[in-house]
Design a protein around this ligand. Structure first.
Ligand SMILES: [Mg+2]
Ligand SMILES: [Zn+2]
Length: 197
C-alpha cells in the first residue's frame, strides 16, 4: 500500500444524512441517529478516511436554538460514536444566515454550504487531499458543494434525498458520482472503490 502524506477525508452532511430529518433540531430529543450511521463511520475509518461532519445550522442565526444546545447535541453524538469505535474527527457548522435575527450570526458568510468555507477550514486544519475525498449528503446542494470543490459526491436518499431525486433530478446540471439508499451503502461503495483502485 502506498501512503501519501495528505489525508483523505469523507465529509458528511448531518441532518437527513446521519440523523432523521426533523426540521430545525431545537431540542436534543429531535436528534435521532439512523441505526446504520455509526457502522458507516466505522467502515470509512477502516477504509483509511478521516471523517468530518459539515452542517448548516442557520437555526442559530434565526434564534430557534442557541450554541449551548448545539454543543450539547454534538458532544453527545461524538461521545456515542467514540464509545462504539466510530471516529469523527470534527464537526464543522455554519451558524449564519443573511436574514438572521441574532446579530452576531446575521451575515452573508463564506461558510454556509454550498459556499466552501467549512471545507477550506478543514483542509487548513488537517492538510487534506480533497481530490481523493468525498462529500455525502441528502440535498443536491451538498452534491454541488462537493463538485465545486473537487470532491467526489454521493447523494443519499434518506432525509430530503428521495424527494429531491424524484422531482428535481431532471434539473441537475451535473449528476452525483453515486446515488445511494443511505450513508451505509455510500460507505460500502467508497470502501469498494478505494480498496480495489
Ligand atoms: Mg441534510
Ligand atoms: Zn457561515
Amino acid at each position: 500500500m502506498t501512503k501519501s502524506k495528505k489525508q483523505r477525508a469523507v465529509f458528511l452532511d448531518r441532518d437527513g444524512t446521519l440523523n432523521e430529518e426533523m426540521g430545525y433540531i431545537n431540542h436534543a430529543s429531535r436528534f435521532i441517529l439512523f441505526d446504520f450511521t455509526l457502522e458507516a463511520i466505522r467502515l470509512l475509518n477502516k477504509a483509511g478516511f478521516m471523517v468530518f461532519v459539515i452542517t448548516n445550522q442557520s437555526g442559530l442565526a434565526r434564534g430557534y436554538f442557541d450554541e449551548k444546545l448545539l454543543d450539547e447535541i454534538h458532544k453527545g453524538f461524538l461521545e456515542k460514536a467514540r464509545s462504539e469505535e466510530a471516529v469523527i474527527e470534527k464537526i464543522y457548522f455554519c451558524p449564519h444566515h443573511k436574514d438572521g435575527v441574532v446579530e452576531k450570526y446575521k451575515k452573508e458568510c463564506n461558510c454556509r454550504k454550498p459556499k466552501p468555507g467549512m471545507l477550506l477550514q478543514a483542509q487548513k486544519d488537517y492538510d487534506l487531499d480533497l481530490k481523493k475525498s468525498y462529500m455525502i449528503g441528502d440535498r443536491y446542494k451538498d452534491v454541488q458543494f462537493g463538485q465545486a470543490n473537487g470532491l467526489k459526491s454521493i447523494m443519499v436518499l434518506t432525509g430530503y434525498g428521495l424527494g429531491e431525486y424524484t422531482y428535481e433530478k431532471k434539473n441537475w446540471l451535473k449528476q452525483p458520482d453515486y446515488i445511494c439508499q443511505n450513508v451505509l451503502e455510500a460507505a460500502h461503495i467508497i470502501q469498494k472503490v478505494e480498496t480495489s483502485a
